[in-house]
Design a protein around this ligand. Structure first.
Ligand code: GAL
Length: 406
């Protein structure tokens, strides 16, 4: 009901809504446009504060500067444990009244609802559920090389070797910390499994971080380096997706924001490209939940515009349009998925299955599992490994040391 009222009439207290985020790639910008359209349709002014850089480190640095200088935006793309950190700073707004109005507790999985709360009060609105442990595949290239779509790490190496032997680039990858960590996270899950992932990246167990399985993970990463081209360093993730789209590379490890790029280019899931669980990770689901955290506003008008924003974000209409473009699935559990493609249907089914099988795990490389300090320490070691001759054994030891030091 609220959503309808929002689009039909121009409220007398129309104000400005400023959102800080890092959705700047083709597919991301199309999705963000849906929010802009909804906000302006209800008479508020949309002020876009987009900061480029996949994964959001640049945006979050810009946010700190804004908040410290006393000019917080209306809302910002803040996720997972970071919501607690900003909550503890006392700068987030209690939006319980909006959540009660919108019956959020009834339409959100409890795990997602709790991530959006600080000290039991809603301070953020969830937008989606991204899956991170995907492999995107160009089926025509695999067929040409006589390779099959990989399901295990062993069959991934087999396919990659065949592609290489056929003179094709097996893997699209951009050498930046976000992409190195996203790749590493899926390889760690593929090599070690869910329990290993939990012990290493949630419990931060020192023996696991430096142990033989972690060395095996870095061994696999070492081998994967051989499937990546020399032009990789500094390449944005979405350009990697375009390489798979255009037959310049056969596969890419990336979360399903990559699907937003395929969709924006009119590519069809299951025909032009395939989405398969990252090798060895079928049955597990690494989640990444985008959310907008609401900053305390000084004027009644700004608070009212913020209420419009939070209500719009959680409306079934927005959760549908945004996620159709973004490549993720709605956070709300009551939004029909009949307009969503096969990859989204699979993501939703796998999410439910993983939730009941206890194999639903937070993505650490996308800020869902640990504090920024610990994540930063791990990502530094992984990126150093990808861009140096550091040995797998030494990398595992450095990983444990970095976590201990952070
Ligand atoms: C993630 C974010 C996604 C997507 C991705 C690439 O951290 O949650 O929405 O934008 O970065 O930039």
């Amino acid at each position: 009901m609220a959503a309808v009222a929002l689009s039909a009439t121009t409220p007398s207290h129309a104000g400005e809504v400023e959102v800080l985020h890092w959705w700047t790639s083709g597919g991301e910008a199309r999705a963000a446009q849906a929010l802009r359209d909804m906000i302006t349709a209800q008479g508020d002014t949309w002020k876009d504060y987009a900061v480029a850089g996949g994964g959001g480190d640049n945006a979050l640095t810009a946010l700190k500067t804004r908040v410290v200088s006393g000019q917080p935006p209306t809302a910002a793309q803040i996720k997972g444990p970071q919501i607690q950190e900003w909550g503890a700073e006392g700068v987030l707004a209690n939006i319980d009244a909006i959540a009660t109005d919108g019956n959020w507790n009834a339409v959100l999985p409890p795990a997602i609802a709790s991530i959006m709360k600080y000290q039991g009060h809603y301070v953020a609105a969830p937008i989606n559920v991204h899956r991170v442990n995907w492999l995107w595949v160009n089926p025509a290239m695999l067929a040409q090389a006589g390779a099959t779509v990989p399901t295990t790490m062993a069959s991934f190496f087999e396919a990659a070797d065949k592609l290489k032997a056929a003179g094709m680039l097996p893997l699209a990858h951009g050498g930046d910390p976000m992409q190195d960590a996203t790749l590493f996270e899926s390889v760690a899950l593929g090599v070690g499994g869910v329990d290993f992932y939990r012990k290493a990246f949630i419990e931060l167990d020192a023996a696991t971080l430096s142990g033989p399985t972690m060395v095996a993970v870095f061994d696999a990463m070492q081998r994967i380096k051989g499937y990546i081209d020399k032009g990789s360093p500094g390449r944005d993730w979405n350009l990697g997706t375009v390489m798979v789209m255009n037959g310049k590379a056969a596969m890419q490890f990336m979360g399903d924001w990559a699907k937003g790029e395929f969709t924006a280019a009119g590519k069809v899931a299951g025909t032009d490209y395939l989405c398969v669980p990252a090798p060895g990770t079928a049955g597990a689901f690494t989640y990444n939940i985008d959310s907008l955290a609401m900053f305390t506003q000084s004027s009644p008008q700004a608070r009212s515009s913020q209420a419009h924003l939070a209500t719009a974000v959680m409306s079934p209409e927005f959760q549908t349009v945004f996620n159709l473009n973004k490549g993720s699935i709605p956070a709300r559990i009551d939004v029909p998925l009949d307009r969503f493609d096969a990859c989204a249907q699979q993501s939703s089914a796998d999410l439910r299955a993983a939730s009941s099988a206890q194999t639903l795990i937070p993505s650490f490389s996308h800020k869902m599992a640990m504090s920024p300090a610990v994540e930063g320490g791990i990502v530094d070691v992984v990126s150093r490994f990808m861009h140096s001759s550091l040995s797998p054994k030494a990398a595992a030891a450095q990983l444990a040391a970095a976590v201990k030091a952070s």
